[in-house]
Design a protein around this ligand. Structure first.
Ligand SMILES: C[S@@+](CC[C@H](N)C(=O)[O-])C[C@H]1O[C@@H](n2cnc3c(N)ncnc32)[C@H](O)[C@@H]1O
Length: 276
């Protein structure tokens, strides 16, 4: 593993006095890389959604199942995991290399705290390879043209693009579909797109409270409906079971069943699309 700040350099100061989405999520997952400001916002959001920690874990558990599907069933050997998050148990390369040690993974996150931990925590198998790029998805060229990406992934071979719990930080005016299309255009037929996305479809009032709490702390939070989330898969064909509540996407691929009481109790849509 190596980290890179090639491309458009991002600021690397870590301000622990304001909450950051990566650390709030880490708090919900039970991690240690969070500070009082992050925990305060995490708790404020939990006032609206008391099961938020379970939901975060359900999202993370999906990531494991998705990677297992992609390696074991779809034959994918390369991943571009954007919005990696603070390293935790079951990082993409660990799940993938367990099944195929040759797997190559490029991680991308804009948060300097993820950069700080990436070096220490992401170690590849000797046969495979992992890289971390400190970049912002608002500027996809800074990812696609980064030498750590082009030197690690063969863009003539299929790649799984992972956008797991990240697109809610993009408002419609940020042109999320154009950004995703740019990524898909860079990879060949047989590549995959993985998205999970929080939604207000199941509990509009509660999610309005989450949005207000996040945005009052300066964090964009834009839940999307099933239809709007589905639109982000343009140019791909959804694999079975389609775009479904996150806890219900291929639950048999898990070895640690999530503690969700029912299918719709984790308010994320989840799907995997294949580029034809
Ligand atoms: C909720 S965490 C999800 C982590 C992991 N993908 C998962 O689902 O377990 C979202 C991550 O996306 C990162 N992120 C948010 N906006 C980003 C952007 N524009 N470019 C790159 N990373 C971003 C945050 O720093 C954070 O680490």
């Amino acid at each position: 593993m190596s980290e890179s700040t090639a491309g458009t350099p991002l600021p690397i100061e870590i301000d622990t006095t304001v909450p950051h989405e990566a650390r709030v999520y880490d708090y919900w997952l039970g991690g240690k890389e969070n500070y009082p400001a992050d925990r305060a916002l995490g708790d404020a959001i939990a006032q609206h959604v008391p099961t938020i920690k379970t939901m975060a874990r359900a999202n993370r558990a999906f990531l494991t199942r998705a990677v297992r599907y992609l390696v074991a069933e779809a034959g994918i050997k390369q991943f571009l995991d954007i919005g990696t998050g603070i390293p935790t148990a079951g990082n993409t390369h660990e799940v993938a290399q367990d099944l195929d040690p040759n797997t190559r993974v490029v991680y991308v996150d804009k948060d300097p705290i993820v950069l700080a931990h990436a070096r220490a925590l992401m170690a590849s198998t000797p046969q495979g390879r992992t890289r971390f790029i400190h970049a912002d998805l608002h500027d996809p060229a800074s990812i696609l043209d980064n030498p750590d990406l082009t030197g690690t992934l063969d863009l003539n071979e299929p790649v799984a693009i992972m956008l797991v719990a990240i697109m809610m930080y993009f408002r419609d005016e940020d042109q999320p579909l154009e950004i995703i299309t740019r990524l898909l255009d860079a990879v060949p037929s047989g590549s995959y797109l993985v998205i999970t996305h929080p939604t207000a479809d199941f509990a509009p009032e509660a999610m309005a409270g989450v949005k207000a709490a996040a945005e009052s702390s300066g964090i964009v939070f834009h839940p999307r409906s099933k239809s709007d989330t589905g639109d982000l898969f343009a140019g791909t064909t959804l694999v079975d079971p389609g775009l479904v509540p996150v806890a219900t996407w291929r639950p048999e691929l898990t070895d640690r069943p999530t503690a969700v009481a029912d299918a719709e109790s984790a308010w994320y849509w989840a799907g995997i699309g294949r580029k034809p």
